[in-house]
Design a protein around this ligand. Structure first.
Ligand SMILES: [Zn+2]
Ligand SMILES: [Zn+2]
Length: 261
């Protein structure tokens, strides 16, 4: 059975040469994909995201610097992001955030870039796509000391505890679950997916990374997302089709996607 779904976080432009964006998207559409948010990670990849969103139907874009590329931040880049963020198909700022599993860029540089992105999101009133690893405390304190956009955003590829999930939800954020929720050792995350409020959840591939079971170890692609939805539906004792409709509605709301997409 094919269920409709939205991939809330993908990197079609990072797929290997044998899976070009248009073909990967076609395969996903045959598997039920109705829309996809392609996420920028640095300046060039943000430009690519915008190009994809303006050439492939059902694709939307975000622009921003991944914490691993935070040292690229400059006033010129800020100007270009601000201008790209005004385009119709650009629906969020990110991925930004903090990843303290990296030694470089330094924490100071990552925090500076993250704060600039929060201000940019507020200025354009676009939601934030947050990448947070080993850094929840700092991410929360930065978010609490800034004014946030009217739709604050999403913690993408959420891998925190239920306590951290609660804090993100209290700040008005959504939680997006990736293929990690299907991994054998991720019982804690399945627990979070059971407890999460149904109006604040989304799903994503983060492709080409993090393929769900039974594709683990392969290049991930949006066509595999129904596996992740199936596991969450099982955990929540919901019908996968009904759950997916809820996830689609949530994703449309957060990113203000048009109904036709
Ligand atoms: Zn990420
Ligand atoms: Zn990503």
């Amino acid at each position: 059975m094919t269920i409709p779904f939205i991939d809330s976080h993908a990197h079609l432009n990072l797929m290997p040469p044998d899976s070009p964006p248009a073909q990967t998207l076609e395969r996903a559409k045959r598997s039920g994909l109705v829309a996809l948010v392609n996420v920028g990670t640095d300046l060039e990849r943000s430009r690519e995201s915008v190009r994809l969103s303006e050439t492939l139907s059902g694709v939307f874009a975000t622009v921003g610097l991944h914490p691993g590329d935070a040292d690229q931040w400059s006033p010129e880049i800020a100007q270009e992001f601000l201008s790209m963020a005004g385009r119709d198909r650009v629906v969020a700022i990110g991925e930004t955030g903090l990843d303290f599993s990296y030694d470089a860029p330094s924490r100071e540089i990552q925090e500076l870039s993250f704060e600039k992105h929060v201000r940019l999101a507020k200025e354009r009133d676009l939601p934030l796509v947050i990448h947070c690893r080993d850094a929840f405390e700092r991410v929360f304190s930065i978010l609490k000391t800034h004014s946030l956009p009217s739709r604050p955003g999403v913690f993408h590829c959420f891998t925190g505890s239920w306590e951290e999930a609660r804090k993100a939800l209290d700040l008005g954020f959504y939680l997006s679950f990736s293929g990690i929720v299907t991994f054998k050792n991720a019982e804690y995350l399945r627990d979070v997916s059971r407890r999460a409020p149904s109006d604040r959840m989304m799903v994503e591939t983060d492709c080409p990374y993090l393929a769900p079971v039974p594709f683990r170890g392969k290049t991930n692609e949006p066509a595999y997302l129904p596996e992740t939805i199936g596991v969450i539906a099982h955990e929540r004792q919901e019908n996968p089709g009904t759950l997916s409709e809820t996830l689609i509605a949530n994703t449309r709301t957060l990113f203000a996607l048009p109904e036709s997409a």
